[in-house]
Design a protein. Structure first.
Length: 144
């Protein structure tokens, strides 16, 4: 059966492209996990705890309660290691630290990582159309 409602159905398609923004942001995020000193072979090692924290910092802001209840159990690092790693991220401008002590909260720096923030946290694009659709004269004829 055909749908003869007075309001026409519309399909609107959007294509969103981020060019190379995602690649550069992921590279910057991983490079922020590099250590400061080289080993005896001249290689720079990555902080394993910081690498393990990347999915958590992309997902939501991290609080001390999150560290105590879930994060330390999931990634098998101590609370002190996690706090030090989060502070290293804050020193490298990846995270913004708010508060002190048990009231600390670390949030992703949206200015440096806009694409990752949009993809991992916003995940929603809202477009509001404020125009009424008009039917053409051919469609105004009565249905039989």
């Amino acid at each position: 059966m055909a749908d003869f409602s007075p309001n026409p159905n519309i399909t609107i398609e959007f294509t969103i492209s981020f060019s190379e923004g995602v690649i550069h942001e992921i590279q910057a995020l991983i490079n922020s996990c590099k250590g400061d000193k080289r080993d005896r072979f001249g290689h720079i090692k990555y902080w394993k705890c910081m690498l393990a924290l990347i999915p958590f910092i992309l997902k939501k802001d991290i609080t001390m309660m999150d560290i105590n209840e879930t994060i330390s159990q999931r990634i098998s690092f101590s609370k002190d290691q996690i706090v030090r790693s989060l502070n290293r991220f804050a020193d490298r401008k990846v995270l913004i630290r708010i508060g002190k002590g048990p009231y600390s909260r670390w949030k992703l720096n949206k200015a440096l990582f806009p694409t990752l923030f949009f993809l991992c946290r916003t995940r929603k694009l809202t477009h509001i159309v404020r125009r009424q659709l008009a039917l053409s004269a051919a469609n105004d004829s009565s249905y039989s």
